[in-house]
Design a protein around this ligand. Structure first.
Ligand code: PEP
Ligand code: MG
Length: 532
């Protein structure tokens, strides 16, 4: 994936205005032609959208603005950039449908500027043959839009295993390896084997390795096809397998993949582009649509977790130096309590109108007092069951007190791991720390499990750790009473749980917590399990 195109600087041109004008005109014409060609390849509504973009590139008013700027001494690059920006602001000012299209102009501008700079067009490359996409990182929107018939696998050089790119890739079932800095050396046309299970990339694999990979894929498919029904241990003990979702579409996907409900509904994902807080009515309508997919089943909704890599314009303080340690999650909601009240009201309304068993939890709870505050407010506004996420170490350490103030606890292993190791989950250079197999993380989970059992408070897991089949067994051994994951992982986890009794899970968990490192913990469990 080509590097993003930077905004050109306003420097004086060293060409004649007539040269610059010829360049700009040619770049805009080439961009329009390129967009139309892509549209023809794609067909359907994509063709209409791309044709509309091509028309923007050919707009006479835009061409006139570019010409004026060039006559005033601008480079073709800057003239195109500035004229498009003016056009964009005008559309934003109009609001409505045209306002929503304003972002498309940035795409047109970047394409034209890339053309002027002699660089490949930005965005996901076009190709008639399926390929492995190698990128520095992808915006969540790009990941969500990937054409799975074309993109066989995704490799990013930045990001960690629990960055939201990785989470979305997992949700879509894309084979992905993230934070692989060495992938910078890969070139177009290289043959690579992407082994997401082990986080490895192999350049020019011999035929024997390719055969082995195909065989392993077929075995996994067969295991998945055989496993169905609710999650159970070998001794029959139920471990509900729930889905992590972030949209109406992913709710449908969860149902299709046999989720027994939802263990984490990331509501902030719905509002990532919103400038203002959504109304109670608009929220209730979306929640109803999601809840309606799960009659008689549990749906655990997380109130807005804004901040860090998921800033929301109406909740996030811009300019914090360390947003992961800043006013994010519940802290931001406390500072804007009307937003929290509106959301809880909308959730209570939607819950009353559907048959889903709705529970609500708060993200980034750090103290027992915060747990009390949130659960009291949720109950006051009509939420029957209110709990907290345990993802800040202080909350895990104080779990016995937190458990007294909450109806349930749900451990977010992604943030818990980032905060235990003080290692940014988005940063490729410290991605090796982001390993929930580490006993430092497992010991905290164990103390939450123990507190939950002592106070008869259910303990769910909703971080990515629950999607690792063998680790899922360990988590149950540590006291997890339900597991929530990307729905693409449910079949694998279900199959693995069925191989172990609770005693077995506890024995494996004890081995893991007493190990010295993540690697030795995993190895010890792997060696001691009756894994085929
Ligand atoms: C977590 O932190 O583990 C979690 C589930 O929440 P998110 O990944 O959305 O931060
Ligand atoms: Mg989290």
């Amino acid at each position: 994936m080509p590097e993003p195109v930077a905004d050109p600087a306003d420097v004086p041109s060293d060409r004649t205005p007539s040269d610059e004008l010829t360049r700009a005109t040619a770049a805009l014409a080439a961009t329009a032609a390129q967009l139309r060609e892509r549209g023809e390849q794609a067909g359907g509504t994509a063709a209409e959208v791309l044709d509309a973009l091509a028309m923007m590139a050919e707009d006479p008013a835009l061409a006139a603005d570019v010409r004026h700027r060039i006559e005033d001494g601008a480079t073709a690059e800057y003239a195109v950039h500035a004229a498009m920006a003016t056009f964009r602001d005008m559309l934003v000012g109009m609001g409505g449908y045209l306002g929503e299209r304003a972002g498309d102009l940035d795409d047109v501008a970047r394409r034209a500027i890339a053309h002027l700079q002699g660089r490949p067009a930005p965005g996901i490359p076009q190709s008639a043959t399926p390929f492995v996409l190698v990128a520095r990182d992808l915006a969540p929107a790009d990941t969500a839009m990937l054409d799975l018939d074309l993109v066989l696998a995704l490799i990013t050089t930045d990001g960690g295993p629990t960055s939201h790119t990785a989470i979305l890739a997992r949700e879509k079932g894309i084979t992905a390896v993230v934070g692989a800095a060495e992938a910078e050396r890969l070139r177009n046309g290289d043959l690579v084997l992407v082994d997401a299970e082990n986080g490895e990339i192999e350049l020019d694999p011999p035929q024997q390795r390719i055969d082995l990979a195909l065989q392993r894929t077929a075995t996994l498919e067969a295991i998945r096809a055989q496993s169905s029904g609710p999650g159970r241990l070998a001794d029959g003990r139920a471990v509900p397998l729930l889905a992590n979702i972030g949209s109406v579409d992913s709710a449908r996907e969860a149902v299709a993949r046999g989720a027994e409900g939802v263990g984490l509904f990331r509501t902030e994902v719905l509002f990532l582009g919103a400038e203002a807080a959504p109304s109670v009515e608009a929220q209730a309508a979306t929640y109803r649509e999601v809840f309606a997919q799960f009659p008689g089943q549990k749906v655990v909704v997380r109130v807005l977790d804004a901040g860090a890599d998921k800033p929301l314009a109406f909740l996030t303080d811009a300019g914090e130096e360390n947003p992961a340690l800043g006013r994010r999650g519940l802290r931001a909601l406390v500072a804007h309590e009307h937003v929290l009240r509106d959301q809880l009201t909308a959730l209570a309304q939607a819950a009353a109108e559907t048959d889903a068993l709705v529970q609500v939890m708060a993200p980034m709870v750090s103290t027992a007092a915060e747990a009390q505050y949130f659960c009291d407010l949720a109950h006051e506004l009509g939420i029957a069951v209110a709990g907290v996420m345990v993802e800040v170490p202080s909350c895990a350490i104080m779990a016995d007190h937190v458990a007294r103030n909450a109806d349930f606890m749900s451990i977010g292993t992604n943030d818990l791991t980032q905060y235990v190791f003080a290692a940014d989950r988005l940063l490729g250079t410290v991605a090796a720390f982001q390993n929930p197999w580490h006993p430092a993380v497992l010991r905290l989970i164990e103390s939450v499990g123990t507190a939950g059992a002592a106070h008869d408070v259910p303990v769910g897991i909703c971080g990515e750790a629950a999607a690792d089949p063998l680790l899922a067994v360990v988590l149950v051994g540590l006291g997890a009473t339900s597991l929530s994951m990307s729905s693409s992982a449910i079949a694998d986890v279900r199959a693995e749980l069925a191989l172990h009794s609770l005693d077995d899970a506890r024995r494996l968990a004890a081995l893991a917590v007493s190990a010295e490192s993540a690697e030795t913990a995993r190895r010890a469990v792997l060696d001691a399990s009756t894994h085929p």
